[in-house]
Unconditional design. Structure first.
Length: 271
């Protein structure tokens, strides 16, 4: 065998070894890739989910009458909050993450996240569609299909204010500055209870500073308003099907919408 034949054999062997090493590396990499861990504790439809403020916990509410608390990283079920015989429609964490609220077809309940004890239960007239804590965590707002928005004290459970909406309340939001509540196509003054301007949209969200409101109506147009003056500043279009969610980024510079058209749209805001 001459030297050139030997070199060719050695080269072929090296290429084979290199190929085998690459396949081994790819196999190991494939085995190590992250996996999504499905939470399977609920026995009925899951209607609402919410992250804790620190992002470590996930709460889910279901038709099976439970709110379940999960570890976001491991998928471990940490606790089950019972509301037997009820259908949970909405869940929300308090701003400090210590409390978890659930709204159902007949009540609003507030639980202590650490101990699991029920801190508050209020019987409601009609299905609760949406709940939201005030930024100081002292109050809880709930909206229902019976065209009402109720503000309650977390400590006493006392009804502080009740607002009558012209239509079903599908979404509610409390302004970060504590001045307003929005829902059912209306804006109200929380302090005086006075009904403010009409909001053209069932879905509502306040900007982080409370200076602006985003609304979405059945025409799938996102409208951007000045909270104080009621001036419509901008409109955003583009979704081809129902918009189900709208929210601001934490810095207030972007607006995000999710739709049945299977898209998420991010809009830059210039106020």
């Amino acid at each position: 065998m001459n030297i050139f034949a030997l070199i060719r054999k050695v080269k072929s062997a090296l290429e084979l070894i290199t190929c085998l090493l690459c396949l081994t590396t790819l196999t190991v990499f494939a085995q190590q890739k992250p996996e999504l861990v499905p939470q399977t504790g609920h026995s009925e439809n899951v209607n609402s989910v919410a992250f804790s403020p620190d992002g470590k916990l996930l709460a889910s509410g279901s038709y099976d009458g439970t709110i379940r608390l999960w570890n976001r990283e491991t998928g471990e079920e940490l606790r089950v909050f019972e509301a037997k015989g009820e259908h949970i429609k909405a869940v929300a964490f308090s701003p400090d993450g210590k409390l978890l609220a659930g709204g159902s077809d007949s009540s609003v309940r507030v639980f202590d996240v650490r101990t699991g004890t029920e801190k508050l239960k209020s019987e409601e007239q009609g299905e609760v569609t949406s709940i939201a804590f005030s930024t100081d965590g002292k109050y809880l707002a709930s909206g229902s299909i019976y065209r009402t928005i109720v503000i309650r004290s977390i400590d006493s459970g006392e009804e502080i204010k009740k607002f009558e909406s012209p239509g079903i309340v599908e979404s509610i939001a409390l302004s970060p500055n504590g001045k307003y509540v929005a829902g059912g196509k209306r804006l109200w003054d929380l302090k005086t209870g006075a009904e403010g301007r009409n909001l053209q949209g069932q879905l509502v969200a306040f900007s982080p500073d409370g200076g602006y409101i985003a609304t979405v109506d059945i025409d799938n147009i996102v409208r951007f308003w000045n909270t104080e003056t009621g001036e419509e500043i901008r409109r955003f279009e583009g979704h081809s099907d129902n918009i189900n969610s709208v929210t601001f980024s934490s810095d207030g510079k972007n607006l995000v919408t999710g739709s049945d058209d299977k898209t998420i749209r991010l809009q830059a805001l210039e106020c």
